[in-house]
Design a protein around this ligand. Structure first.
Ligand SMILES: *Cc1c(COP(=O)(O)O)cnc(C)c1O
Length: 395
């Protein structure tokens, strides 16, 4: 006997975790447009437009800018495995989950990985980078711009200059950064950068925007060994995304529509306005949480606008709060990872999710759940503090 599952009817949640974040309604509409063939002229035009808009959002003129089929980690893998040949020295900044993952990817590709370490929640200083570069001559230095596991925002200007002056290439993880804070690929002279659609691009998971500098492209074209991955071989992918249009693998057509629409939305709002919006709602949330005595896990002055990693108050049941938020308010926040497990909540205000309604509903719900667990605070104070930030911003 066969059983047929009912058609899918997912609950409508508010996604305020570390990603995926809420998809913009017009992006969902774009996904449902008719599927085209991957060599159809109408689709090729969409690809060209997609690349043009990606260059604007990455703030780059790099010809080799496109979307890898796969999530953010596929972008990480695509940048790393194309640049690494067995035996290469690479320096990777490790201050959270994603730097750790980059080390694993590079080591699997045969790199000799030199870890530049900082405690979770901290960022790398110029001195850290100087010290690492004093010990070796790496092919590239890899850093995470927005460390989603800790909420730390890595300043780029000074370390980018230092890496460039040393002769090494610079590889940047902007999975959570892109669309939520300035990503200045050309000004920082980044050689390889990747992102993902489901964080601040208001899109479902499934594509990984990437961009390679001319120097990175030349490095890849002059490799002595084949890229370890067939699927992510940039030389082959370039033949499809470039003017040759040689079939490599079938593009995720409808996801390209979604990313196309998501980029249109960001550019229509304006990059600066979009970044300012992320900052405003972060400040409102931070003021609200501050009124409850809840503090941030990342270093002061280096906190991400789109990912608020905050310390769980003493005596509060972590899992119960997250479960109640989901079951009673349809609202998802993230748990802490690694050393932050059970210590930290990760509250995302990403892309379309970065809006006052989300901040205020979350604070209201959190007050209710904290009160039930006997936490002492002045009722309504978090909402009042957040609203004060909004009032000041309007004044
Ligand atoms: C989410 C994330 C990734 C991995 O992306 P997936 O889409 O989960 O594969 C990599 N780096 C950072 C900083 C991220 O936040």
């Amino acid at each position: 006997m066969t059983t047929i599952a009912p058609s899918i009817n997912p609950p409508i949640r508010t996604l305020m975790g570390p990603g995926p974040s809420d998809t913009h309604p017009s992006v969902l509409t774009a996904l449902s447009r008719p599927t085209l063939g991957h060599l159809d002229p109408a689709y090729l035009q969409i690809m060209d437009e997609l690349q043009g808009m990606l260059r604007q959002v990455f703030q780059t003129k790099n010809a080799m800018t496109f979307a890898v089929s796969g999530t953010g980690s596929a972008g990480m893998e695509a940048t790393v495995v194309n640049l690494v040949e067995p035996g290469d020295d690479v320096v990777i900044g490790v201050n959270g989950v994603f730097g750790t993952r980059m080390c694993d990817v590079a080591a699997r590709a045969g790199a000799n990985v030199i870890r530049m370490e900082r405690p979770w929640g901290e960022v790398f200083t110029v001195d850290d980078v100087k010290e690492a570069l004093g010990k070796c001559k790496p092919k590239f230095v890899g850093v995470v711009l927005a460390e989603t596991s800790t909420g730390a925002w890595q300043p780029m200007d000074d370390i980018a200059q230092l890496v460039h002056d040393s002769g090494a290439m610079l590889l940047v993880d902007s999975v959570t950064g892109l669309g939520g804070l300035p990503v200045e690929t050309d000004r920082w002279q980044v050689d390889a950068i990747y992102s993902g659609t489901q964080k601040c691009l208001s899109c479902p998971p499934g594509l990984a925007p990437v961009s390679f500098s001319e120097r990175a492209v030349q490095t890849i074209l002059s490799r002595k060994t084949k890229v370890q991955s067939w699927y992510l071989d940039v030389g082959m992918l370039a033949s499809y995304w470039g003017s040759d249009r040689v079939y490599h693998h079938t593009a995720p057509i409808n996801m390209s529509y979604a990313l196309h629409e998501a980029l249109r939305l960001i550019l229509t709002e304006g990059l600066e306005a979009c970044h300012a919006r992320h900052l405003l709602h972060h400040r409102a949330l931070k003021a609200g949480l501050g009124a409850l005595g809840i503090s941030y896990a990342a270093q002061e002055g280096h906190q991400l606008p789109m990912l608020n990693a905050v310390r769980i108050p003493e005596g509060i049941d972590d899992a119960r709060v997250r479960r109640d938020l989901l079951q009673r308010f349809n609202l998802e926040i993230g748990a802490g990872l690694g050393p932050f497990k059970g210590q930290v909540w990760r509250i995302g205000l990403m892309g379309y999710g970065s809006r006052a309604a989300n901040v205020l509903v979350f604070l209201g719900a959190l007050e209710q759940l904290l009160a039930e667990q006997g936490f002492k605070f002045s009722a309504g104070s978090s909402i009042a503090a957040a609203n004060q930030v909004y009032a000041d911003a309007r004044a």
